[in-house]
Design a protein around this ligand. Sequence first.
Ligand code: AMP
Length: 228
Amino acid sequence: MALVPGVRLVVLGKQGAGKGTQCVRLSHHYVVPHVSTGDMLRGEVKSRTPFGLKVKAIMDKGELVPDELIVEMVSQRLGESDARARGFILDGFPRTIWQAEQLSEMLKPDRLDVALDLDVATEMVMRRLASRRVCADCGTNYSVTAPPTVNWTCDVCGGEVVQREDDTEDAIRRRLELYERQTAPLLEWYRKENLLVSVDGTGAPDTVSRRCVEAIEAHRHAGAPEGA
Ligand code: AMP
């Protein structure tokens, strides 16, 4: 039986495009850690670390945490043995071109396999974000139309399922504005690096996961030498 290869993957897409859900599935498929900067930051806030206290107000408003702080956090995480051995799936990072440049520096002499763009129209992500609910403990995603089985208690860990503090109307608008201004240009940046693969992010999670894996593998094999 063939072993599943690891992967070094960045997942891009608007807030609410389904990055979290697909990253969890892809991390199981490729057996690599799911590195979500949003989850890491929310963990710091929850534990009330000095770093968490510093970034909470920024996050609640939907603004971006300063580049240097995020790059340092990601660089430490990618230096850990699981990520060094098999790779990683980055979710929520990079969000600016500067962060993308720092990531390529961090990875040298290796490079990413793919920057995967989950493409979903703005009207649809607005609707998804307004109805999104998450587990306050493990971050599993739900929605008002697909709630946990019992009384807003997480099916995975038993934590409380709540609305994210930055899923308010004002913060959603601000985050999508920042996405267009700072993160959308990354698509072009990765296209020039010949790493960009776009996938239709609409439809059932299983269908989208299948599309993602097919697109990642097609891109990898297109770049591989004959017979590899
Ligand atoms: P997310 O869960 O990816 O939507 O991230 C939640 C919040 O964390 C964002 O609105 C930012 O305040 C902060 N954040 C997460 N990742 C980054 C990043 N790469 N650069 C700057 N801020 C970030």
